[in-house]
Design a binder for this molecule. Sequence first.
Ligand code: ACO
Length: 321
Amino acid sequence: MIRAVITGSGSALPANCVTNADLAERVDTSDEWIVERTGIRQRYIAAEGETTSTLATQAARRAIEDAGVDAAEIGLIVLATATPDHTFPATATQVQNALGCNGCVAFDVQAVCSGFLYALGTAESLLRTGMAKKALVIGAETFSRILDWEDRTTCVLFGDGAGAVVLEARDVAEDGPGILSTKLHADGAHCDLLYVDGGPSTTGEVGKLRMKGREVFRHAVVNLADVLREVLVDAGAQAADIDWVVPHQANARILDATARKLDLPAEKVVVTVDQHANTSAASVPLAFDVARRDGRIKEGDLVMFEAMGGGFTWGASLARM
Ligand code: ACO
């Protein structure tokens, strides 16, 4: 059967690391409050000239090198971001040009923190229909540019970064590698709980992120547990079969609560929120790349990806490495 197999990964972070103590000099907060409520200790913030497309290109180059493919072989680029370089063209086309694979299919998807799951599901479907043989799936963000740096309830939570994977269509055995099941959902009724108060068609300004954190938290735990169960049922797998969960890194308490709901031991959950904070669409591929490169995620492992974000949007995907 034809499956989309993850054959490489890469990630990129800005050089500028901002600790909680650094933030406490700008807004009325403390390292203690941030660590206790979120698990975040530091985040990376893009410098002038560093953009979503430059971070995405760096991550993509590393993923291509890791997969041992040539940029010219890439037939599809799907880039997830809520902070594109420009309203248009799609940031994916900037990355395509920088990589030198002009001519292939390239577009952005926008599902905020679930963006990478949406991009992965889209790319996987297109590979299985034969539209392309090799794809780059990228999550990249510069959320620092849409934060209200006077609002302590949101500005401490986010960071910038990018992650990418190479997906290849391969004819594999039933128990072979590849994406086994992906489920995606959206519910636009809750857009007032997490949104940006601007946009080209409303204010004409870029706007700033607004969030009712406590309510988002409640929805996140319920929706994530539901979609994880849905994917397991669809793939005919049990929670106990999972080797690693690579969740969206929003908040250490959401990660703990979701793992508990599924009876998954905390040791199986990849956690990078302490180092990177919430990098929105970049957080899942960034965490995946960290855990692959440090040797935790190995060939043959069963890996669950999951995310929830503004919209609301949420989704999960189960893959054999
Ligand atoms: N430093 C110090 N105090 C703060 C800060 C801060 N940075 N931010 C808020 N506070 C204060 C509040 O003003 C409030 O004070 P008050 O009681 O005097 O009014 C108090 O801390 C408690 O505020 P809450 O908002 O109720 O705190 P809560 O325990 O809910 O934690 C948090 C807030 C961390 C945002 C949490 O709700 C959360 O993580 N929610 C999930 C949201 C999220 O991660 N969204 C990301 C995108 S969506 C997703 O990825 C799931």
